[in-house]
Design a protein around this ligand. Structure first.
Ligand code: KIV
Ligand code: ZN
Length: 525
């Protein structure tokens, strides 16, 4: 029996990046997009271009540099968003515009409360339908690959949902996305929703049904698969399931379920090169600074580890006793070169290639320099260390302030104090300050030297690998005048990593202010 294809739509760079506390620069997004090409996803949703200049730039760069998958940009059902999206996608060989609007009564009442959209729910629904159709018609002027999302379909009034889907398909939508935006549905309900859409939307055969499920109740993957079983032929998800709140459906889990249980999903298959999952998972985890839990399905560190006596015994006698997937299928093989200070440039380059990175000569030079500095302090350098260094290096921010020197003194019974030297284009400033702790003292000194005093909203530090010489990666979120900026810093010295992260965030803030740009806190849908 010939199988039908289920298209895999990766939204790691759009919905995935909406995960709290994460922020990817355009260059980092391009690197992830390259890995998604190796994974052979069908569509890459590269961003929401109208939401911020950074998102626009990321979609533009990916459209220019990435070939293979369709490159997609998200918009609201607003003409300006669609035009901005089209500009960002201009260089893409194959492009798609993903437009849409909230369709549940909760979304309509909340987002379209103003009487200008209508006084009653019926009037508001009529306005929403008109806006949706106009957005799709407007998009037909730019591309014939148009996806429409009916946001919060999982909780929408069925009659209205069928009506709006029929109308947008008539207007030119070729894919209809049925998001369970809040992760509210149970698998049987979500599967029935897809089945009912096929039965009740008269022109549904002209469009592909896409499933887009969130994981608030841990059902995103199960719901997506229920959708496929009931006729959906596109699945949207993210690597490692990263995303807004509890995240999106994890692509590796959806695909490996279809692959491993081909007896159950006998009618479908995907184009995915599953051997790239392990690498993709690592890259996304490292770049977003969101480590994969050890027990995570498919790509967790323990997903293929057998430890209890009975299991190990059974596994050694016959793998299939306790193993339903081979680790090689997801690209997990044990032969890893150990990197040390003696590895050399060539060895490093080889390992980076194995990890999926494509660095320019200048980026490789810098990475090698920093690799040597880390290798000097640690006996072994792990992939995670390399990924953190690369992420730090390619995370390009205009260096308005450069941290040249940092000294911190603290200890039991002493007042933590810090002194810093910060260089700008025209001058070098020194400052010293005390604080509640060493990081606080460093931040006070940086504020003094830069003359900037944003509010620190959030600070976190994580050890990239284990051991006392591990690299520390600090992430800070600062705000000023309601604008939010995220900064990151990496070092084997956690106070230095913290100071670098703070300066990084300040550089982003001042650079945005200087350019008169939109805040980094994105436009909400
Ligand atoms: O979850 C959702 O509804 C979305 C849409 C914008 C596609 O992400
Ligand atoms: Zn979503």
């Amino acid at each position: 029996m010939s199988k039908e294809k289920v298209q895999i739509f990766d939204t790691t760079l759009r919905d995935g990046e909406q995960a709290a506390g994460t922020r990817l620069g355009a260059r980092e997004k391009v690197e992830i997009a390259r890995q998604l090409v190796r994974l052979n996803v069908d569509i890459i949703e590269a961003g929401f271009p109208a939401s911020s200049p950074e998102d626009f730039e990321a979609v533009r760069l990916i459209s220019e540099q990435i070939e293979g998958p369709v490159i997609c940009g998200l918009t609201r059902a607003i003409k300006n968003d669609i035009e901005v999206c089209q500009k960002a996608l201009k260089k893409a060989k194959k492009s798609r515009i993903h437009t849409g609007i909230g369709v549940s009564e909760i979304h309509i009442a909340g987002k379209f409360a103003n009487d200008k959209y209508g006084k009653t729910m019926g009037q508001k629904q009529a306005t929403i339908l008109k806006m949706a159709v106009e957005a799709v018609r407007h998009t037909t002027g730019y591309t014939d690959d148009i996806e429409f999302y009916a946001e919060d379909s999982g909780r929408a009034d069925r009659a209205f949902l069928y009506e709006i889907l029929e109308a947008v398909i008539d207007a030119g939508a070729t894919v209809v996305n049925i998001p369970d935006t809040t992760g509210y549905s149970m698998p049987e309900q979500y599967g029935a929703l897809i089945r009912d859409i096929r039965a009740n939307v008269p022109n549904i055969a002209k469009a592909t049904i896409s499933v887009h499920c969130h994981d608030d109740l841990g059902m995103a993957v199960a719901n997506s698969l229920a959708g496929v079983k009931n006729g959906a032929r596109q699945v949207e998800g993210t690597i490692n399931g990263v995303g807004e709140r509890a995240g999106n459906a994890a692509i590796e889990e959806v695909v490996m379920a279809i692959h491993t249980r081909c007896d159950f999903f006998e009618e479908v298959e995907t184009n995915i090169n599953t051997r790239e999952f392990y690498r993709s998972s690592h890259m996304v985890a490292d770049m977003l600074g969101m480590p994969v839990p050890a027990n995570k399905a498919v790509v967790g560190r323990n997903a293929f580890a057998h430890s209890s006596g009975i299991h190990v015994d059974g596994f050694l006698k016959k793998r299939e006793t306790y193993e339903i997937m081979r680790p090689e299928t997801i690209g997990l093989d044990e032969s890893r070169v150990v990197l040390t200070a003696r590895t050399g440039r060539h060895g490093l380059q080889h390992r980076l290639k194995e990890m999926g990175y494509t660095l320019s000569k200048a980026e490789l030079d810098k990475t090698y320099e920093r690799f040597l500095a880390v290798a000097d302090k640690k006996t072994e350098v792990f992939d995670e260390d390399l990924a953190a260094i690369i992420s730090d290096e390619i995370h390009v921010v205009e260096q308005i302030y450069e941290l040249q020197y940092l000294h911190v003194s603290c200890g039991t019974g002493t007042l933590p104090t810090a002194s810093v030297r910060i260089k700008t284009k025209d001058e070098t400033k020194q400052a010293a300050a005390c604080g509640d702790g060493p990081v606080d003292a460093a931040y006070e000194a940086i504020k003094e030297a830069t003359g900037q005093s944003p509010k620190l909203e959030n600070y976190s530090i994580r050890a990239v690998t284990s051991g006392k010489e591990a690299l520390g990666e600090a992430t800070v979120r600062i705000t000023e005048d309601g604008r939010t900026f995220i900064g990151r810093g990496v070092s084997t010295d956690i106070i230095e990593a913290s100071a670098k992260a703070y300066v990084d965030a300040i550089n982003r803030m001042v650079s945005t202010k200087n350019k008169g740009q939109q805040p980094e806190l994105k436009v909400e849908l």
